[in-house]
Write a new protein. Sequence first.
Length: 210
Amino acid sequence: MRYLAFPKLFKRIKKVHNSSLAEIWRPSTQKEALIYDTMLIVGASVFISLFAQIKIPVPFSPVPITGQSFAVLFVAVLLGKRRGSLAVAAYLFEGAIGLPVFAGASFGFAHLLGPTGGYLLGFLPAAFICGFLAEKGMDKSFYSAFLLMFLGTAIIFVFGLLRLAQFTGTEKVLELGFYPFLYGAFVKIILATFLIPAGWKFLQIRRNKE
């Protein structure tokens, strides 16, 4: 397709500097743009479901360590607030109607109401806010990207812990739903922090060589 040509690609980087990475490749015609957006949203929901299968169980807690939060934040920053939120919503809908997309290939609407439901529902505001901030340029540097990922992770934790506390009680909620996952959360934040700005830097370098 014409809009994937490298010369045109790098000429558009400056134009979309305060937007998401996905906006660089977005075609200008309405029909092609709709197809492009739909493919991104569906593809991103599949991406999240695949990373959700990366599951490390914690014996003393009902909440496993998974790749879901990394995938959600990564998708949100790449796609922006609108497409990122729709991708997360599609992922939650797919799981709710019976597709095995949640952690451990689980599914069902009951998961949204169970102990892990808060984490799942927290993906939506986290995706919207991180996508919004990415569109404002917070994904361009490593420092700001770290703050962006930290904020998104914090939002997911807040929603998750509020729901989990209804099952475990407030006296045990941090012990069961927060402390065991700090290391994993930190690793995922660092990984996403390096990948997103690195993508922008790669495109900028290629543009300067044109």
